[in-house]
Design a protein. Structure first.
Length: 376
């Protein structure tokens, strides 16, 4: 039975009692459902016609994409081309607060753009790194990165907290980390996860960009097989996207105090370690930041997030960007798993972009302001 595992991301994490979300081809359901009944495994059909759900989300594209950037709609999903045009536009129109640059090129030769956001108030400032879209199909990630930039630019004059953040810190924001994969999820396969690098021995594309970092690389929770969704790659930083970002973070590690990475879905706020069950040295500071952040998030719409070390809260995984950032001297490293908990999965409807981003914004501001206070 060929199934696409949505949650958890690898069969290694399935033990007795694990709730799993799987996507099955239409012709497979006829054999799968009787099998589940026979094995006495309870199941619920969350989305009965996935193709239709996809078309509902991306079918109405053409008529609304050509609007001017001043009327840019943050409550819809945008293609890579639209997101890059939007970045160019902000770079031109908000040069006082925005500086756009590239940290390198993807496997397929696309630029890896980052926005540097903040007041040029003094030569040296601490910084926060934010990336979205390491996994291509998690579209709510890039939507949040864009939302964050919009909020920063729109509320900078009126919101004292935002003013403080942009005055005291720089934000490096990478709206789409895995540009090739994201583009592919728009054009070919909506549920593509990995990068698009070619494998010579197997006819499989891509590496899991969140298993490719040089921290306990290709240990538990990652796969050596190139066709698997959690393939760790031929060697650490084999993916040009990972190599480029790692190089940038290494170069600025004295300046960058927080690393935030946005994923979906599970409604969790995770911190290190991912690769082992062990408490981080600055656990108290990080834990209290996480506790306050999920409370702030819940205050908007009552959405509950679980929080804790990634290994025990989600599952053990090696070679993740969050662990790598922490190991490389960035004291606050977090991975968000945004909405939902499986009802829509990776197909979070556009009407949920606004509430999801609004509540997440509260959590991010909370973590950022925590950063500006000294924690011991």
């Amino acid at each position: 039975l060929q199934v696409d595992l949505w949650q958890p991301s690898s069969p290694f994490h399935i033990v007795e009692g694990t709730v799993t979300d799987v996507r099955v081809p239409q012709n497979t359901t006829r054999s799968l459902l009787p099998y589940l009944q026979q094995a006495n495994i309870q199941y619920t059909i969350l989305i009965s016609d996935l193709q239709k759900a996809i078309e509902n989300q991306t079918g109405l594209r053409s008529y609304r994409t050509r609007r001017s950037l001043s009327g840019y709609n943050y409550e819809v999903y945008h293609s890579l081309e639209e997101i890059q045009d939007w970045m160019y536009h902000l770079n031109r129109t908000h040069s006082d607060l925005v500086h756009m640059f590239s940290v390198g090129k993807s496997y397929e030769g696309r630029p890896l753009y980052v926005l540097k956001l903040g007041k040029r108030s003094r030569p040296y400032k601490k910084a926060v790194w934010i990336d979205c879209g390491i996994h291509a199909r998690e579209w709510i990630g890039p939507a949040f990165c864009q939302w964050f930039v919009k909020e920063a630019l729109q509320t900078y004059q009126t919101d004292p907290a935002m003013r403080k953040m942009l005055t005291h810190l720089y934000f490096y924001i990478m709206p789409v980390f895995n540009v090739d994969g994201y583009h592919f999820s728009w054009t070919n396969d909506r549920f593509w996860r990995k990068t698009r690098s070619k494998n010579t021995r197997f006819h499989c594309h891509g590496v899991d960009a969140n298993r490719n970092w040089k921290v306990k690389w290709c240990d538990e929770g990652a796969s050596f097989h190139p066709c698997d969704d959690t393939y760790c790659g031929p060697f650490p930083e084999s993916e040009p996207e990972v190599k480029a970002v790692a190089h940038f973070l290494r170069k600025h590690r004295k300046q960058i105090k927080a690393y935030l990475s946005f994923h979906a879905y599970a409604q969790m706020l995770l911190y290190p370690y991912s690769y082992k069950y062990e408490t981080i040295p600055n656990f108290n500071c990080v834990e209290s930041a996480a506790y306050n952040a999920v409370n702030a998030l819940q205050s908007a719409y009552g959405i509950r997030y679980r929080y804790g070390p990634a290994s025990s809260t989600l599952y053990v995984s090696s070679g993740s960007s969050m662990d790598w950032a922490y190991k490389n001297g960035i004291p606050y490293a977090f991975a968000f798993e945004l909405r939902d908990t499986g009802h829509f999965g990776f197909l979070l409807p556009e009407m949920l972009i606004k509430p999801t981003c609004t509540e997440t914004m509260l959590a991010v501001k909370n973590i950022t302001l925590h950063l500006l206070k000294k924690c011991h």
